[in-house]
Write a protein that binds this ligand. Structure first.
Ligand code: R5P
Length: 272
């Protein structure tokens, strides 16, 4: 592997643990205004020093994140569709490698839509992006997207999509956690990070997801809504860091939240 490629990957997967806490905040590229991400700068600023990498679009990078204090960028370069359109899978490439280099990105990210009407286009987009990115030592993160079909988040589909992403040359894969996740990891020859998905009922649920994924071989998280839509974003990302980098148990990580008073509203709402 070329020096530049290795160096960029090491900016994401921390050499000490080989793991990463990536903060995902690229949702606006197809969802527009997302609750708690209405003003990206306000949401992201307190979290940046706790993230190993930041997944955003070029627009949010330029308008809402200071270059002097930004974690390494994983730049979203696919898009062109929205929730208002006919098919979320019909994405193209929105941002060139030249621009990713100008933004000093540590990686570029693209979604693939295996099993959709646009499977072929999205897989060829990935292949072409890898070919171009490798010329410049730029890693490619493939996101196994499911669009509106959340029920696709099952082992058989996730295994297939992750393996195809790796076969086409992705250097990292981001996917959803699923049952028998260790089998997904075993059959995917590149590191996998997990998305958090829609906000869960409790902070503990999100910690449990991260813990299970790490125990089954994930190399980290690329989490958004379960951090910045939570009632305590900073303690939450600190708790996630404890799980990812320090093998903290769910109870130990929840202790970080409790220490910050972060779970009080949630616990007050529980009958147990
Ligand atoms: C969605 O397509 C975006 O790429 C997000 O980065 C991804 O879903 C991870 O964020 P969350 O943890 O909110 O699911």
């Amino acid at each position: 592997m070329d020096w530049g490629m290795k160096n960029r990957l090491a900016r994401i997967l921390q050499p000490a643990s080989g793991r990463t806490v990536m903060l995902a905040a690229d949702h606006g590229y197809f969802m527009g205004v997302v609750p708690k991400l209405e003003v990206p700068r306000a949401t992201l600023a307190p979290l940046l020093s706790h993230a190993d990498a930041l997944m955003i679009t070029r627009g949010v990078a330029r308008t809402s994140v200071d270059p002097e204090t930004s974690p390494p960028l994983v730049l979203r370069v696919s898009g062109g569709v929205s929730f208002m359109g006919k098919d979320l899978a019909n994405e193209g490439i929105t941002t060139t490698i030249k621009e990713a280099l100008r933004l000093n990105a540590a990686a570029v990210a693209i979604s693939i839509f295996v099993g959709s009407d646009y499977e072929r286009e999205s897989l060829l987009n990935l292949s072409q992006l890898v070919s171009e990115a490798e010329e410049y030592g730029m890693p490619v993160l493939a996101v196994t997207a499911v669009g509106r079909e959340l029920e696709k988040r099952r082992n058989r589909y996730i295994s297939l999509a992750c393996r195809i992403a790796a076969e086409l040359g992705a250097h990292l894969v981001k996917t959803y956690y699923c049952e028998r996740f260790e089998k997904v990891v075993e059959s995917c020859p590149v590191p996998i990070v997990i998305a958090g998905g829609p906000k869960m009922d409790t902070l503990r649920d999100a910690l449990l997801l991260a813990k299970d994924a790490m125990q089954r071989g994930a190399r980290g998280v690329d989490m958004g809504r379960n951090i910045w839509q939570s009632q305590a974003p900073v303690p939450m990302i600190q708790a996630i860091r404890a799980v990812v980098h320090h093998n903290a148990s769910v109870a130990e990580a929840a202790g970080i939240l409790d220490g910050a008073g972060a779970r009080q509203p949630e616990l007050a709402g529980k009958k147990t």
